[in-house]
Design a protein around this ligand. Sequence first.
Ligand code: AHG
Ligand code: MN
Ligand code: MN
Length: 328
Amino acid sequence: MDNGTTLTRFILEQERQHPEATGEFTALINDIGIAAKLVAREVSKAGLVDILGLTGRKNVHGEHVQKLDEFANEVFIKSLEYTGHLAAIASEEMEDFCPVPEFFPRGKYILLMDPLDGSSNIDVNISIGTIFCIFKRRSEGNVASLGDFLQPGSAIVCAGYVIYGSSTMLVYSTGHGVHGFTLDPSIGEFLLSHESIRMPERGKIYSINEGNYTIWEDWTKEYIDDIKMKKEKSLRYVGTLVADIHRTLLKGGIFLYPGDKKNPSGKLRLLYECFPMAYLIEQAGGYAYDGQQRILDKTPVELHERSPLIIGSKQDVEEVLKFIKGGN
Ligand code: AHG
Ligand code: MN
Ligand code: MN
């Protein structure tokens, strides 16, 4: 009988294979897994308990804060700040980063997260998620500084997401491939279900919010019109980045949230959404660009910076870049 490989066992064994590893990620990823289970439990009760709907407040991006946004933010902070591995946490839901309180030991890592991705899908029972990435702290002294968060994508040491879907999955990478774990609710453990995910070089799905067509740049219209003319791809768009990227990771294809005439930097957040997803997709053999440069080559200048995102199978992204350069 195969008892299944638990998340804890997998991380431990991975760390043994990489002598440079300190073992700190074992605890950190484990605690991310626990926070994910707490959020998954609430999500599964949505509709039965009073967890749906708005809090009545707006966040730093001017967006309405849902009760689950706030709950997930709280759960992830409380589950991770005490561990001794983190120095500070930044979240899409908080204006400023938050140093680990003084009564806990402060560690050498920095966590960035989108605690609840896909807020507009919460009330309608469509998959939502959590996204995170981790940097090593650069500053000295007792308290982390803003510069610790404004590191280039190439400095990421770990990234991942949790998808609260028909099953709950945790997908992560520490630079040695991308691995997926599915929560077995009967034992409350994440079990290895997708080891060393590699994405197809080209896919049959394109994913973009076509409602923005009239404000798109010309290249975006030309690329999407060309896809429709060729009739080689189907459209899938969930509107939860985690779900759209999860599908892209497993099936290949292309996801775009480009800059447009109204919002030249698009909508997605560089640090909480684009960086982690670019890291995972590249680890699985795909590409991620902002149209001008590789996402992981970017260095943010502010915490809540936005960036266009063109991400997916290698050949599909290369094709988009031809349209951007006008040489298609
Ligand atoms: P969040 O719920 O964390 O604010 O993120 C929403 C994001 C992302 O999940 C998704 O890809 C995108 O918004 C969808 O935007 P549109 O509704 O403009 O298509
Ligand atoms: Mn999001
Ligand atoms: Mn969010």
